[in-house]
Design a protein around this ligand. Structure first.
Ligand code: KIV
Ligand code: ZN
Length: 515
């Protein structure tokens, strides 16, 4: 764990990040992200919440087995079943941690838990030692800590430490805290809990007021030595603290914080791109550290200054975060070895079979398209290699559309269980009509929640890449589609989202019947 001058990074992209609306990652995608987090030298990966569903359990277990380097962590409520599921899923890990949490604020106790402070304390006294009996390392979190009474929080943390927790986490669950206030609060708790050496304090800040990074940095100033957050700030509502911003804040202003980080920050841009592509959550160009424009200077006066001396306008070097363009051109004559190396530089670590499949698709793409960009390659891997192949999946076989005075008519043929199923519909455009036709074929009517269209590169020959989030009877899923025809890419994304909907429903034990 972190020494006095080391700040550890706890990444919860795969747990809290995945709770973001419209985001759902399949097991193959989660494994890719976990591998990249290990390459980034993240200290702790929170791989999931095993008690939430059998699918979550399997993902944590797979990551625990396959990913070496970081500590693998699993979340559990302060309940025996949750803790047991977390411990079981972590069995194969080299280094593991159970993360036990319970809420401590008056509002959560009254309206959510319906428990008295004494009952919450008793739960902590039961749950933490139980977790410790099953795992070498236990982290304890007081949910909504920033809105809790300091005296009660101190009591709860003392109980957690007495029960064997060695990491004490202080979440700002609803993103309510202000930096100065939060730093004082954290200091009061650390002083009051008076934990022995070896106990590490941590914060977990949400970004509802845009202050998650500022609050995390303020907490480091107050003595915490673990920061929790996600890549790209992914997460529910306003998201979580962006780990890339906290890490570069600490690195760039070492003069203030006097701490070191183990993270290999030169892998930040690659990691950000991977998470963005697999989740479908686009990174704004002006996002600090990882946005496309984070190191771009447009204004003439800035360009002049930067050319004379970079430090006039640059406080970090593009290479420190991996933002400099790594130009390595791949084409139809590139071999499998070069292709594999290039994929790794893009953050993808594939198995032999996955690599074979990706390489064949890459060769096909090279035949169809003269200039194959990194975006094309990333889209190809995400779309064809990492997408789950559910037993009864639907695949797009044919798509045609034509304009009529009353609207656009789309004719769709899907392949399903070895059979071809066709239908048509009229809509206000080809995508609308095709999605209506798909709904008729599959016999359910998922609602569209999110829809984004991007290009795989800034060229007219780029492929369209679409992401759609759908919902049906309380189940949410997302899908991705890529094609040189954006209508086809959109329909593929819709079908992929429907396939994922069945996967999510099966993992949650929900049956999807026809409407
Ligand atoms: O935001 C929060 O309080 C959490 C806890 C489970 C740590 O995510
Ligand atoms: Zn959270």
């Amino acid at each position: 764990m972190a020494g006095d001058d080391m700040v550890a990074f706890f990444d919860t992209t795969l747990r809290d990040g995945e709770q973001a609306a419209g985001v759902n990652l399949n097991p193959a995608e989660k494994l890719q992200i976990a591998r990249q987090l290990a390459a980034l030298r993240i200290d702790v990966i929170e791989a999931g919440f095993p008690a939430a569903s059998p699918g979550d359990f399997d993902c944590v277990e797979t990551i625990a087995r396959e990913v070496a380097g970081p500590t693998i962590c699993a979340l559990a409520r302060a309940r025996e079943d949750d803790i047991r599921a977390a411990a079981d899923s972590l069995q194969p890990a080299e280094k593991s941690r159970i993360h036990v949490f319970i809420a401590t604020s008056p509002i959560h106790l009254k309206h959510k838990l319906r428990m008295t402070p004494g009952q919450v304390l008793a739960e902590v006294e039961r749950a933490v030692p139980f977790a410790r009996s099953l795992a070498r390392e236990v982290e304890f979190s007081a949910e909504d800590a920033s809105r809790s009474e300091p005296e009660f929080l101190i009591k709860v943390f003392r109980a957690a430490v007495a029960g064997g927790a060695t990491v004490i986490n202080i979440p700002d669950t609803v993103g309510y805290a202000m930096p100065g206030e939060f730093a004082r609060f954290v200091r009061t708790i650390i002083d009051g809990a008076a934990a022995p050496d070896g106990v590490v304090y941590s914060v977990h800040c949400h970004n509802d007021l845009g202050l998650a990074v500022a609050n995390s940095l303020a907490a480091v100033g107050a003595g915490v030595r673990q920061i929790e957050g996600t890549i790209n700030g992914l997460g529910e509502r306003g998201g979580n603290a962006s780990l890339e911003e906290v890490a570069m804040g600490l690195r760039t202003r070492r003069d203030i914080y006097g701490v070191n980080v183990r993270m290999d920050t030169s892998k930040l841009v690659t990691t950000s791109r991977l998470v963005s592509r697999l989740t479908g959550v686009v990174v704004p160009p002006n996002k600090p550290i990882v946005g496309a424009n984070a190191f771009a200077h447009e204004a003439g006066i800035h360009q002049h200054g930067v050319l004379a001396n970079r430090e006039t306008y640059e406080i970090m070097r593009a290479e420190d975060v991996g933002a400099e363009a790594a130009v390595l051109v791949l084409g139809k004559h590139s071999g499998r070895h070069a292709f594999k190396g290039h994929l790794e530089s893009l953050g993808y670590r594939l198995t032999r079979e996955q690599l074979d499949k990706a390489f064949m698709s890459f060769k096909r793409l090279c035949d169809a398209k003269k200039d194959v960009s990194d975006g094309d390659i990333e889209a190809l891997v995400a779309d064809e290699v990492l997408s789950v192949a559910p037993e009864h999946r639907y695949d797009l076989k044919r798509l045609e559309y034509e304009t009529h005075p009353v609207g656009v008519l789309s004719l769709v043929t899907l392949e399903h269980g070895g059979k071809e199923l066709s239908d048509s519909a009229i809509g206000n455009g080809p995508i609308d009509a095709a999605c209506l036709a798909v709904r008729r074929i599959i016999g359910i009517k998922p609602e569209l929640h999110t829809f984004t269209v991007t290009a795989t590169s800034a060229r007219t020959s780029a492929q369209g890449e679409t992401h759609m989030g759908v919902g049906y009877k309380g189940i949410a899923a997302s899908g991705r589609g890529v094609s040189t025809d954006v209508v086809e890419a959109s329909v593929k994304a819709f079908i992929n989202a429907v396939n994922n909907l069945y996967v999510v429903a099966a993992a949650k034990g929900v049956k999807i019947n026809g409407d």
